[in-house]
Write a protein that binds this ligand. Structure first.
Ligand SMILES: Nc1nc2c(ncn2[C@@H]2O[C@H](COP(=O)(O)OP(=O)(O)OP(=O)(O)O)[C@@H](O)[C@H]2O)c(=O)[nH]1
Ligand SMILES: [Mg+2]
Length: 198
């Protein structure tokens, strides 16, 4: 099982790794492109099999983006491929992550089913905080949230949030939900050492 690494950077501050995973075509590459301050390094290749009817290109190795929160904290974002033939990349990309976003396409019922296996693999790989983000979800009613929680067997501590991967503010709120979860976990581990959340 990997443990989160927080690397000191050359000019001070801390760099942390966040992984964006989820089923084929959930919007992982889009989410990282929406929020990254650098041009995202993507490994998109033409799709040649039957899924070509859904989109022309798919991620075959990873997406890589970066966000500077402030001079003390930089997030590196790694997106996984969605097609399960590239699932060997999950472990490589998950190494040392602080937490992850499981992105599900709320418009496609298959997406939640596919997410079950991905989440099981990530949970085996690392016990780090994660959030479930429902892409293309206009909102999130309690019945929908409960359906997602049941399908993915989520504990109360796991946030489920709606998301529009094309919208910067929406992506920011997903990342904040993840960072708050990380703080909550640290807080639970060492209650007296963390500042209270505003
Ligand atoms: N309208 C809308 N379209 C989206 C959104 N997110 C992604 N898309 C579109 O959905 C398609 C798939 O998005 P990608 O970002 O390639 O999805 P992915 O999860 O990286 O896909 P794979 O790497 O192939 O698994 C693209 O055509 C996007 O433009 C969204 O929030 N709203
Ligand atoms: Mg992609």
């Amino acid at each position: 099982m990997s443990t989160p690494t927080r690397n000191r950077r050359k000019h001070g501050g801390t760099a942390v790794k966040i992984v964006v995973t989820g089923p084929f075509s959930a919007g992982k590459t889009t989410l990282i492109r929406t929020i990254s301050e650098i041009t995202v390094l993507s490994t998109e290749k033409d799709i040649t099999d039957h899924t070509r009817s859904r989109k022309a290109e798919t991620t075959v190795a990873m997406d890589f983006g970066r966000i500077t929160i402030d001079r003390d904290l930089v997030l590196y974002l790694f997106g996984t491929p969605g097609q399960d033939r590239f699932d060997f990349m999950w472990e490589i990309l998950g190494e040392g992550m602080l937490g992850y976003i499981l992105l599900v396409d709320a418009d496609r019922p298959d997406s939640l089913e596919e997410a079950v296996g991905i989440l099981a693999a990530f949970r085996r790989m690392a016990r780090v905080p994660f959030v479930v983000a429902l892409n293309r979800a206009a909102g999130l009613d309690p019945a929908e949230e409960s359906r997602v929680r049941t399908a993915l067997e989520l504990g109360e501590e796991v946030p489920v949030v709606p998301c529009d991967a094309t919208d910067r503010e929406s992506v920011k709120s997903v990342l904040l939900a993840l960072l708050y979860s990380v703080v909550d976990q640290l807080d639970a581990a060492a209650p007296d050492s963390m500042p209270a959340r505003a």
